[in-house]
Design a binder for this molecule. Structure first.
Ligand SMILES: C[S@@+](CC[C@H](N)C(=O)[O-])C[C@H]1O[C@@H](n2cnc3c(N)ncnc32)[C@H](O)[C@@H]1O
Length: 264
């Protein structure tokens, strides 16, 4: 089984980091590893229980009253994320923004469902320590530190390195820094990292900063909106296959109308 060695991100030693960089989607071929069905069922059961526990009882530690509800991806949006990745038959998923791990557990559920090959889940979070490691604790409590790797680093630099080293993912989930420039840079590198025809899923497109960043890729880079469940706030985009290299001469302005403005 090809896998990025698990670590808690404090910080990755040279061999771990090198392994992270060397993982290629096509190295984790489905024929290489087939866990027994009973192990898959046990794992799925454990993840589902962890998701339910987190939703009902909240995280083991929080930054403060109400923070979990404010920050974490709600359960039904986590279900939508899981269903998108399941339908995608994704094996290698890159996630930005661990927070309380509500989304990470949903991604883990989608990956655990794959009975036909190796999977990998790479999470990038620069400020997990400010969450008292809440998300990482949820993942380790669910026994997922064998399949999830946490990089404690700004995604804008981690993704640049992963792209330079040819890391390939089937899909990405973006819920990290919400400033326009952070989201835009994340998406610019994910355009290189996510395979042609793969999926980029975002939370929080109700924020103009996030919606405007992704709009560039829709208008200028051939990303097409993918249908999602009607009840989710998540948005998904299908990357073109083959990858297109937009010409600066064909650049289209890409603003998003602010629907909160009077008269708009
Ligand atoms: C909204 S929370 C993510 C919530 C998570 N999806 C969940 O369901 O619990 C945003 C996360 O992004 C991280 N973050 C913010 N800016 C970042 C950056 N520039 N690079 C990496 N991580 C960042 C924060 O530490 C935080 O954990």
């Amino acid at each position: 089984m090809v896998r990025i060695p698990a670590h808690d991100g404090h910080p990755p030693d040279a061999s771990t980091w090198r392994s992270v960089l060397l993982v290629q989607a096509d190295e984790a071929g489905p024929e290489r590893y087939r866990p027994p069905m009973s192990a898959i069922d046990d794992r799925l059961d454990r993840i589902r229980r962890a998701r339910r526990r987190l939703d009902e009882a909240g995280p083991r530690v929080t930054r403060g009253e109400g923070d979990f509800a404010r920050v974490a991806v709600p359960m039904h949006d986590g279900d939508a994320l899981r269903d998108l990745l399941r339908a995608e038959r994704a094996r290698i998923v890159i996630e930005i923004g661990l927070g309380y791990a509500a989304s990470a557990l949903a991604i883990s559920e989608a990956l655990a469902d794959r009975s036909d090959g190796a999977t990998q889940h790479l999470v990038i979070d620069a400020f997990q320590d400010r969450f008292h490691d809440a998300g990482w604790r949820e993942l380790t409590a669910a026994g997922l530190d064998d399949s999830c790797t946490l990089l404690r680093e700004r995604s804008q630099t981690a993704l640049a390195r992963l792209a330079a080293d040819g890391f390939v993912a089937d899909a990405a989930f973006v819920d990290g820094g919400h400033a326009f420039h952070d989201v835009f840079v994340d998406l610019a590198f994910l355009r290189q990292i996510v395979r042609p025809g793969g999926l980029v899923i975002l939370d929080d497109c109700q924020w103009l900063s996030v919606a405007t960043a992704v709009r560039y890729f829709e208008v200028n880079a051939g990303w097409s909106p993918e249908a999602t469940r009607g009840d989710t706030r998540l948005r998904a985009y299908r990357l073109p296959d083959p990858r297109v290299e937009p010409s600066f001469e064909a650049f289209e302005p890409f603003g998003v109308a602010d629907s909160s403005e009077p008269g708009s």
